[in-house]
Design a protein around this ligand. Structure first.
Ligand SMILES: Nc1ncnc2c1ncn2[C@@H]1O[C@H](COP(=O)(O)OP(=O)(O)OP(=O)(O)O)[C@@H](O)[C@H]1O
Ligand SMILES: [Mg+2]
Length: 462
């Protein structure tokens, strides 16, 4: 948008400059030619007067000295010829004795003034000439001609064009600066709003756009956006509180229900034992679901602020915690991270993230396979790859895996698998710390879960 505004300001200015400067330059060129011609005509009249008596034979005179001093003072070439066109005096080295074949001399000897520009084959350039007859009582005694190379006046005209072009360039540069400032001040609120909208879209419900004092439209847009974001935050808050409260309230009666079911055991006949075990398992599953929902609801609240945590240490701890289960399933757990690897995270949040990812990986890892945790610093981020050698996920599965309650095709434990909440929780926990998660196919088989966390840098600490 800034570029378009700049382009429109500049093209408008360029148009105005062309419309103003081109006629100005042309008028100047015309008047410059006219002025010079007038000045040369004036000089030619003066030379006519000074040489008249000598040409009429009334008094001797130094015509050579006259034309030489004219050329010295003005730079123009002066030539005086007699009535037949023969040279009497010439301020420049002459190329011939007779000038009668020159059209302007012919006109002057015919008693008329000749003014114009013509190409001289003898000199190989264009000449501005003025030729005046020297006449008295109707008789022409000779002619005076003054010539200037046309480049003399053209150089001055070119200088004027350059001056006009320079002025135009300065005006364009000034307009560029002013319009840059103007365009920035117009697009700044929109850019801020765009950034705020994308932060809101990524889940930052507390985001508000700065409200500019002007222009009016941008101001009211920012106000409406902030109102909408506030409304959204309130609505989501109400919903999250409801889920958290409902989950919390459900936990106690569920625990009581399980206890009652388990206590029923001795009183029931053996034939009813299977049904009772089924009911107890279902009630456990229900408890796990409620716990998952509660964790998710808690993760969605901003919670405690991030602080520097050594990711390498957390990984080592979690690998140690999961190694008994891995051994039981003959799966090898490997961690290879540079130490220390400080990242921004709230205490215990990374433990929950890794627990979910390791639980997922162990569920799918075939016996004798490996689960590796590698990574390191990459710019301002720290990347962690959790790679397993399980069946992996299809592109559609990788996209949907973060949806709540979405589960893949393979049920993974005897009780019908998880609830499809783990990755949703992980993503939410990471987002709270300013991190992200991505699922990629592993190079051979399996899934490569990529976590990106904000690295603790010198800048981010201060
Ligand atoms: N490492 C993995 N390899 C293959 N599929 C995976 C992997 N991790 C997750 N998935 C698939 O993504 C789905 C969603 O995972 P998620 O962790 O959200 O839920 P869940 O493990 O099924 O249940 P929960 O974690 O709530 O107990 C899983 O059901 C599974 O199909
Ligand atoms: Mg899971």
């Amino acid at each position: 948008m800034t570029r378009r505004l700049l382009l429109s300001y500049l093209s408008l200015t360029a148009l105005v400059l062309v419309v103003l400067e081109v006629p100005l330059g042309m008028t100047f060129a015309r008047s410059e030619r006219r002025q010079l011609t007038e000045a040369v005509r004036h000089d030619a009249f003066a030379l006519v007067l000074l040489s008249e008596e000598t040409l009429e034979g009334q008094a001797p005179g130094d015509l050579g000295g006259l034309v030489a001093s004219y050329q010295r003072t003005t730079g123009g070439r002066a030539t005086i010829v007699d009535a037949r066109g023969a040279r009497l005096a010439d301020s420049a080295p002459s190329e011939g004795e007779n000038f009668a074949n020159r059209p302007e001399i012919q006109t002057a000897l015919a008693g008329r003034e000749a003014v114009g520009v013509r190409y001289s084959h003898t000199l190989g350039q264009r000449l501005l000439y003025v030729a005046e007859p020297v006449a008295s009582a109707g008789q022409v005694h000779g002619a005076v001609r003054i010539t200037y190379p046309a480049t003399f006046v053209e150089r001055r005209i070119r200088r004027t064009w350059l001056l006009l072009a320079g002025t135009g360039a300065v005006a364009l540069a000034a307009v560029l600066l002013v319009s840059l400032w103007l365009a920035r001040s117009l697009t700044w609120p929109l850019r801020e709003l765009e950034a705020a909208a994308s932060r809101l879209g990524r889940g930052g419900l507390a985001t508000r756009a700065p409200v500019p004092p002007t222009p009016r439209e941008a101001r009211s847009l920012a106000l409406s956006f902030n109102e909408m974001a506030g409304q959204l935050e309130r609505m989501v808050g109400v919903q999250q509180r409801f889920v958290a409260d409902a989950s919390h309230q459900l936990r106690t009666p569920l625990a009581a229900l399980r206890l009652r079911l388990e206590n029923l055991g001795p009183e029931l006949p053996p034939s009813a034992r299977d049904d009772l075990d089924g009911a107890v398992a279902e009630s456990r599953r229900l408890s796990r679901l409620v716990d998952g929902l509660l964790t998710l609801a808690r993760a969605e609240r901003t919670g405690s602020p991030p602080q520097p945590v050594d990711l390498a240490e957390v990984v080592t701890e979690r690998l140690a915690a999961w190694s008994p289960l891995a051994e039981e399933r003959s799966v090898q757990l490997e961690g290879d991270l540079p130490r220390p690897l400080p990242v921004w995270s709230a205490p215990d949040r990374l433990d929950q993230v890794l627990d979910n990812l390791l639980a997922n990986a162990l569920e799918v890892a075939p016996p004798a396979s490996r689960i590796t945790l590698t990574g390191g610093r990459s710019g301002d981020l720290v990347e962690l790859h959790v790679v397993d050698q399980g069946p992996g996920l299809t592109p559609e599965g990788r996209e949907r895996a973060f949806d709540r309650f979405w589960r893949g095709a393979t049920p993974r434990d005897g009780h019908g698998g998880g609830f499809g909440l783990g990755l949703a929780i992980v993503r939410q926990l990471l987002a709270t710390d300013g991190g992200s998660i991505e699922l990629r196919p592993a190079s051979s088989t399996g899934l490569d879960v990529v976590l990106r966390l904000r690295a603790v840098t010198a800048d981010s600490v201060s």
